[in-house]
Design a protein around this ligand. Structure first.
Ligand SMILES: [Zn+2]
Ligand SMILES: [Zn+2]
Ligand SMILES: [Zn+2]
Length: 150
C-alpha cells in the first residue's frame, strides 16, 4: 500500500491514497508478453502514462514506483529499464539521479560500435533498440559466410 514519504517527493504524490485510486490505476494497464505493464490510459506529450489525481497530472510510472517500491527522493527520476515509456511495471522502473540518467541516455544514443542511434538508424527488435547499420552488416557477413561454406 501507499507509504507516507519521509523525504517527500517533488509532486507530493505520497499523500494520495485510496481504494478508488488503486482501482483506477489497475483498470488502466494491460500486461504485455514481455512483462511490461502497458499503460492504456492517457499520456503526456512526451509519451509517459499519466493519471490525474485531484486535478494534478502525475506520471503513472511514478505512482507505480511509489506504490510498489517506495519513495522517490527529491530530484531523482524514475527511469524505465525496459525503455518503454508507457510501462508502469515497478520491476521495470529504477531510480536514477538526473546525472546518471542523462549519461544513460547519452550512452544509449550510440550503438556498441559508435553509430548514432538516430530515428532512421534505429529499429525495435523484440522490444529492444537495434542499430540498423550493425544489423545490416551482420546480415551481410552471415550471407558471405554461408556462401563461403557452400
Ligand atoms: Zn516495461
Ligand atoms: Zn530514462
Ligand atoms: Zn551500429
Amino acid at each position: 500500500m501507499w507509504r507516507k514519504g519521509k523525504s517527500g517527493n517533488p509532486e507530493g504524490v505520497n499523500q494520495f491514497s485510496g481504494v478508488e485510486l488503486e482501482d483506477r490505476f489497475r483498470r488502466q494497464f494491460v500486461i504485455l508478453s514481455n512483462g511490461c505493464w502497458q499503460w492504456i490510459g492517457s499520456f503526456t506529450p512526451a509519451g509517459y502514462g499519466k493519471i490525474v489525481i485531484e486535478k494534478r497530472t502525475i506520471g503513472a510510472h511514478k505512482i507505480s514506483y511509489l506504490w510498489h517500491v517506495g519513495d522517490i527522493p527529491e530530484g531523482d527520476l524514475v527511469h524505465h529499464s525496459c525503455e518503454n515509456k508507457g510501462c508502469v511495471n515497478p520491476a521495470h522502473l529504477e531510480l536514477k539521479t538526473p546525472l546518471t540518467h542523462a549519461r544513460f541516455h547519452l550512452h544509449k544514443s550510440f550503438c556498441k560500435r559508435g553509430h548514432a542511434m538516430t530515428e532512421e538508424n534505429m529499429m525495435i527488435y523484440r522490444g529492444h533498440r537495434r542499430c540498423k547499420l550493425c544489423t545490416n552488416e551482420l546480415q551481410k557477413a552471415r550471407y558471405h559466410q554461408r556462401k563461403a561454406a557452400a
